[in-house]
Design a protein around this ligand. Sequence first.
Ligand SMILES: [Zn+2]
Length: 385
Amino acid sequence: MVEEAGTLVGPLPGLQRMLGRVRGSQPGPTVIGVGGLHGNEPAGVLALVRVLEELGWRGGELSGEFVGLAGNLAALAAGRRYLGRDLNRSWTPGGLAAAKDAGPAGSSEDKEQVELHSVIEEVMADARGPVFLLDLHTTSGPGEPFSTVLDSLRSRKFALGIPVPLIVGLGELVEGTLLGYLANRGVAGIVFEGGKHDNPSSVDASEAGIWLALAQAGLLDEGTFPEVTVSRDRLSAETKDLPKALELRYRHPISEAEGFKMLSGLRSFQRVGEGEILARNKDGPVRAPSGGRLLMPLYQTQGEDGFFLIREFHPSWLRVSEYLRRARVDRIIHWLPGIRRDSEGDGMVVNRRMARWFTLEILHLLGYRKEVDYGDRLVVLKQVE
Ligand SMILES: [Zn+2]
């Protein structure tokens, strides 16, 4: 991939929330594209503008609707991840209510969230078919594009239309994302990571992701829109040496006080060995707790995740898990030793002393990925159907 070439992507002042809206003459699905929920990630916004401009001429050939929204307007203008708080962490009923209740006294992000929410509600109310979310992001370190979903079958199917590595388990780890909020409203969604924040090729990759998402959702026909084929070829070529499916294995949380500093020259998807030094903090070296591939090494001052470790699995397991879920195997999973249903009914409780090693793997296949650790027992929840 091309890096550090051409004009670097910078801050975007003066944007409107609604970047554009193209309503097809025929009914069909609605795709909501969001760019710049993090203000230092302008590539998604620029890519949305490009596709909206192209579709502006050809909207009549669409079935359904494509809406492009800008996320954190004030942070996009400042070129910062956020001003007061992360706009992609408070999409819970409580977080949203607090932002609304704050009124005129609220923070910059409170106002952004309330406005974005009302626009999304309005778009959803106007939808003439199923609604999809394409949430466009970029990373502080270099690396190829990838996608991540909350592990529902509909979201996976949407994601698999874009030939980049699909990472499962990442969405379940982060609380209060827009993706999670809309998933609870029945919206299938993907987070698409287009590459490095300030790299012009991240705009191209994000644009390719948008065309493919529109085709996969069923808004446009590949025969009429050759951009879809071009985009597929582009992303396939860029990620041809990478696994198709990976699973999150580890997140390295950091605190502001610890003086975390990533070693220079690391990139997403590179292989790392157990014990390899990846960063330093005030206590000394920070090592990889296990081998695997690195994801999103942190090269910016704002953020709570130092890095992630992921591991590839054979894509045929995606089909196995689809089969298991369609067969509703989770209705009998509590027959395995060491597993019982949570009394609240929405999760499984794993007794660590009794359960076998494969128990968690099976729960993962069934879509139970969100883990709450109570020491001797682990409660595993299904985030979305
Ligand atoms: Zn982001």
